[in-house]
Design a protein around this ligand. Structure first.
Ligand code: ZN
Length: 345
């Protein structure tokens, strides 16, 4: 009994002394614990530490991690950023393997570090935090940069990448496509390797972005003075699915997942691990009353992997059909993409 009391007393003393921390450190911990919220608890301690190193106060770190500022993450841009982050390792590897991806020795070395960080952080929940900028005015501004930034992060790999949702959704020209998102992520993860120079990272991001754009297949036709565009990104790796999307007047439809659902490998004991699309072309649109019936065709190669990990390629035809509906809703015309059908045969 006596021993137990002695042990407890020692433990109390140890806790009170903060296990050898300075008074300042203890206060900081206390402050942090005081303002913990349930949402905040889902953010990992190393991310919090990084936010503090970014110069944020602990109150700001909490605000920036809680539901009142952070977007719900359910929008298209958030989905695209998450998708692109998961694939970043493959995109960079693909670039590294290509003769088109010309980089200096230093750039290659930084790119490799970025690739490793993206791989390590892929499954980390708070690797990206989406923020409604108008709720934290000035957060995305730099003292030496008059422009509002689309993203910001710290100088170590535990720092979250904060993404400016206001800028992403109110972007006046085109929405951010996959190569543009890749460029943003390479720039930000580049900072996480410890690099402070923005221009150096912009150059690096441009190399990979240009490479991805050069691998882009696009087919378009004009309907009512605007382009209907189908875009595909093919990747050299056999186990990556081509990115495919359809767009018209700002309406974007992602087709890759649907194509995946419609595709089956015929070869015994193989599973579909990737596909590649070539030769996309439109048939002439058929106008019916207020709508346009549109059909596109492409070649699709399915990469089917056997138990011994070997790849069998199977060729199919891909047909994508849809209706562009034109509706007059004051003050103007709106267009929707309806009745999407996908056949892989
Ligand atoms: Zn920067």
């Amino acid at each position: 009994m006596k021993f137990q009391i002695f042990f407890l007393t020692m433990l109390m003393i140890l806790i009170q002394s903060g296990f050898g921390q300075t008074v300042e450190e203890q206060n900081k911990d206390y402050e942090l614990i005081e303002i913990l919220t349930p949402e905040f608890l889902t953010i990992q301690q190393d991310s919090i530490d990084s936010m503090l190193r970014m110069g944020l106060t602990s109150e700001d770190a909490v605000r920036l991690s809680s539901g009142d500022i952070v977007g719900n993450g359910g929008g298209k841009a958030e989905a695209d950023f998450n998708y692109t982050y998961r694939k970043l390792y493959k995109f960079i590897s693909d670039c590294e393997a290509s003769y088109k991806c010309i980089a200096t020795k230093r750039q290659k070395s930084i790119l490799n570090k970025i690739k490793q960080i993206s791989l390590i952080n892929t499954n980390k929940k708070d690797k990206m935090i989406f923020i409604d900028e108008h709720l934290v005015p000035g957060f995305f501004r730099d003292s030496n940069d008059p422009q509002v930034r689309v993203a910001k992060t710290g100088f170590d790999s535990n720092a979250p990448i904060f993404i400016n949702l206001d800028l992403i959704y109110n972007h006046s020209s085109k929405p951010y496509d996959i190569p543009a998102i890749v460029a943003i992520l390479i720039h930000e993860i580049g900072h996480q390797t410890g690099i402070r120079e923005h221009l150096l990272l912009d150059d690096l991001a441009a190399i990979v972005r240009n490479f991805l754009n050069s691998e882009k297949l696009q087919s378009k036709m004009t309907v009512e003075n605007s382009d209907v565009i189908i875009t595909a990104f093919n990747f050299q790796d056999v186990d990556v699915f081509t990115e495919l999307s359809l767009s018209y007047r700002g309406v974007n439809v992602e087709l890759g997942t649907r194509i995946l659902q419609e595709s089956r490998c015929d070869t015994r004991d193989t599973i579909l691990v990737g596909f590649k699309i070539e030769n996309i072309h439109f048939e002439r649109a058929v106008k019916r009353k207020q709508s346009f019936h549109i059909k596109t065709k492409a070649w699709i190669t399915l990469n089917c992997q056997g138990l011994d990990l070997s790849i069998v390629k199977e060729s199919r035809d891909l047909k994508v059909g849809f209706i562009l509906e034109r509706k007059f809703l004051p003050p103007g015309m709106i267009y929707t993409i309806e009745d999407l059908s996908i056949v892989v045969k």
